[in-house]
Structure formats: C-alpha cells, structure tokens
Design a protein around this ligand. Structure first.
Ligand code: CP
Ligand code: NVA
Length: 308
C-alpha cells in the first residue's frame, strides 16, 4: 500500500510509471462514452471515500468518475458534515474510515491534517490539495505537457503570479521529472525557499526572476493560477491584485516565450485577472486537456496506491 501525499516524497521511478500508466489507460478508452467502464476493473469491489473540507469541481468529479470507470464505488463526504468538523480527531477519523473503505482522498487546509490522516489510516491516503501543495494537479499537468510536446525533462517552465500550493507542487515536479523552473512574481509571494532548495538539490535550475518578460524568454511552458487561493483571506484580494497585475499572462507576455510554448492553468480561473481570455482560449492553451487529465492521472495514482 502506498500513500500519495506529495510529488517530492514519492519515488521518481514510481512517478514516471504513474504518468506512463495514465497514458496507456487513457489510450485504451479512446473516445468511449465517459460513463462506460474500463475493460480492466482493478477497483472492482473497492470503496473510496472522497473528503472535501474546501470546494471543488474538478477534483470531486474526476475522482468520482475515475473510481467508477475502474469498477469501484465512491462516497463523497463534506468535512463540515462529518464529526471531523465537530471535534473528533483526525487520527480517530482515519482509524474509523479505514474499517469501511479501501482508499481515502482528502482535500483539506493544513498539511498536518493530511499527514495525520495518513499516519493513522491503514488504507492509502491521497492528497487532493492542501494549503501547501496540490500534487494530483501537477501529475495531470506533466501528462498533458508530454502528450503535446514529448518528454518534459530539460524543458523550461515559467510560473507567473502567486507562489502558491500549485506552484509548490510544480517545483517538486521540476526536481523529480528534471525540468528547469523559473518563478516570476513579487517577493512577498515567492514560493517557499525549501521547495526551491528541493528542486535545486535534484540538479535542476530553479530560479526567481522579478521581470516577467525576462523570465518568460525561451519558455516551453507558461503557467499561472488564481491570485487568491481558497485558504487566503478575502481581505488579501485588493493587495494581491495590486501586487500581481504586472504578472498577468497576456498576449504580450506570451509572445516572449517560444513560439510553440504551451499555457497551463489548473482552473478555476478568474478570467482577465491572472490570464486573459485571449490566452486561455488561444492557440497556446491546453487548460481543458489539463482538466481532463486529472481523471487519467488520478486513475493511475489510485492503482499505484492500491497496487492493483
Ligand atoms: N484544479 C482543481 O483542483 O480544481 P477544483 O478546485 O475544481 O477541484
Ligand atoms: N491555488 C488554488 C488552487 C485551486 C485548485 C487554491 O488553493 O485555491
């Protein structure tokens, strides 16, 4: 049994085989209706709990559909409606859920909640986003890049905007999959030095460049995300907009990247804030492939977790 808690704590070879398996499983479905089951039913007889302490569209639907395609069943639980939100400890919740279900996916606030769940569960736990990381998203993004452009190793990825949880998992992936990563944004919103250190320790170039136009020069992939994340206080909104306006991904900025560069955004987006609609709907954009690939990447992650 394997937990999937983060990209930097998962073995490189396992990450590679998850991406490769996702691709094989995606190809095997090739245009079949979404509601049909896969030929292989590795999750037959398995029950999966999907716990959400924050809102979600993609994570919720893609996990639910993925489990069903593989023959399993799901229950979607809201943190607030569980005893978890009313004083029961994470450890006890983990022990109890492990008696009922075969796999737990949790989207939560503090990273400590995820780790406590994993420590006390006797079934695999998957990180569906914390304040600090979002590994399932970046597995889907690596799959998406490679489908369009081949191996991501050695490529230049530029993140423009807030150095948030999604940016953190991108830095982990830089180290594990071997691509260069440049962050461009204002200093107060830099990614955590620990994550930059992790990427560098794996031998890749991970750097900060304050000038977005310089940063994007020669980029193979330009990525951004919302300027205000779910865990950020609403009061941060105005300040964030002032800090980040110059880092919007628009046609002018994108023109500095390589002509065949891709544009990614994990969604949900605030159109014409962090990226213009011209970019989101333009020729560089692969945002809806990323969303689709959440399904395929997570199916491969669940199989790896359960060893099936
Ligand atoms: N990208 C992503 O995780 O989307 P949701 O918040 O809709 O799950
Ligand atoms: N950074 C965003 C990602 C949403 C999928 C957030 O945490 O709200």
């Amino acid at each position: 049994m394997n937990h999937f808690l983060d990209i930097h704590t998962t073995d490189k070879n396992d990450l590679r085989s998850i991406i490769d398996n996702a691709r094989v499983m995606k190809d095997a479905r090739n245009g079949r209706p979404k509601g049909t089951r896969d030929d292989e039913q590795p999750l037959a007889g398995r029950m999966v709990a999907l716990i959400f302490e924050k809102p979600s569209t993609r994570t919720r639907v893609s996990f639910d559909v993925g489990v069903r395609q593989m023959g399993g069943e799901t229950m979607v639980l809201s943190g607030k409606e569980m005893q978890l939100g009313h004083g029961e400890t994470i450890a006890d919740t983990a022990r109890v859920l492990s008696r009922y279900v075969d796999l737990i996916m949790i989207r939560t606030f503090e990273e400590a909640t995820l780790h406590e769940m994993a420590e006390h569960a006797t079934v695999p736990v998957i990180n569906g986003l914390t304040n600090r990381t979002h590994p399932c998203q970046i597995m889907a993004d690596v799959l998406t890049y490679e489908e369009h452009r081949g191996p991501i190793a050695g490529k230049k990825v530029v993140w423009s905007g807030d150095g948030n949880n999604v940016c953190a998992s991108f830095l982990h992936a830089a180290g594990q999959f071997g691509f260069d990563f440049t962050f461009t944004g204002p200093m107060p919103l830099d990614p955590e030095p620990e994550w930059i250190g992790f990427a560098r320790a794996q031998g890749v170039r991970a750097q900060i460049e304050r000038d977005p136009h310089k940063a994007v020069e020669g980029a193979d992939l330009v990525v951004t995300d919302t300027w205000v994340s779910m865990h950020d206080p609403e009061s941060a909104k105005e300040r964030r907009h002032n800090q980040l306006r110059g880092y919007q991904v628009n046609e002018d900025l994108m023109s500095k990247a390589k002509p065949d560069a891709l544009f990614m955004h994990c969604l949900p987006a605030h159109r014409n804030d962090e990226a213009t609609s011209a970019i989101m709907d333009g020729p560089h954009s692969v945002i809806f492939d990323e969303a689709e690939n959440r399904l395929h990447a997570q199916k491969a992650i669940m199989r790896w977790c359960l060893g099936v």
